[in-house]
Design a protein around this ligand. Structure first.
Ligand code: DX5
Ligand code: ZN
Length: 212
């Protein structure tokens, strides 16, 4: 059963609460929150205040995707804000293993993300330390891009390498390309544009859930 984690990057910034309420009511337990620092990626996005509001007031699990340099400085802050999942990037450098430990020590799920050009093997040293691997299916930074089909192979490769934990994919996912991702071994599909720009997100979510 694939879990859909709607990405609020594509939600209406002036109607964020309503948009989140709609997808939670439609059955989504996770809400994906992108954090961008303008350095690791050329864009800016949500802060701990948003994570706190989502975690505290919507009943959703705040699936927090840190696209930032020096994530170790912010893991504690996002955990305090109520994040249920914190994902860091392998490419951000630093002591990735220690950061995953920091996240797990807060009693929440630790995710490790790989950009499209980063091979699955780079996650191998962290198989014992992560709960989830987030396979980026576009270059991180912006919503609304087309999925890079080559990344589907990386999901399959992670399973071949023996990864038994959760696999999440993020970027350009829609109803049409979801079956191939599921077949490769996906657990969590982040969907921004496809969900929030759909005229009827609840029906879309119900249809995807029914077709699994
Ligand atoms: C991209 C972000 C994604 C983005 C996905 O860097 O990490 O979470 O919101 O948006 P869509 O589904 O529109 O590609
Ligand atoms: Zn994301």
């Amino acid at each position: 059963m694939i879990r859909i984690a709607p990405s609020i990057l594509a939600a209406d910034p002036l109607a964020l609460g309503n948009d989140i309420e709609r997808v939670v009511k439609a059955g989504c337990e996770w809400v994906h929150i992108d954090v961008m620092d303008g350095h690791f990626v050329p864009n800016l996005a949500y802060s701990p205040a948003t994570v706190k509001a989502v975690a505290g007031r919507t009943g959703a699990i705040a699936d927090t995707h840190l696209m930032m340099d020096n994530p170790e400085k912010y893991i504690g802050i996002f955990a305090d804000a109520g994040a249920g999942v914190i994902t860091i990037h392998e490419e951000a450098g630093g002591d990735t293993g220690a950061m995953l430990d920091m996240i797990r020590n807060r009693g929440i799920l630790a995710g490790l993300s790989l950009k499209p050009a980063t091979p699955a093997e780079r996650a191998l040293p962290y198989f014992g330390k992560a709960d989830m691997i987030l396979v980026m299916t576009v270059e991180p930074g912006f919503g609304g891009q087309k999925m890079n089909e080559k990344c589907i192979e990386k999901i399959r490769r992670l399973r071949e390498l023996g990864w038994n934990g959760l696999i999440e994919a993020d970027g350009g996912i829609n109803e049409a390309n979801l079956p191939a991702l599921r077949e490769a071994g996906l657990d969590v599909a982040v969907m921004g544009t496809a969900v929030f720009r759909d005229p009827d997100p609840a029906t879309l979510i119900a249809r995807i859930s029914a077709n699994q």
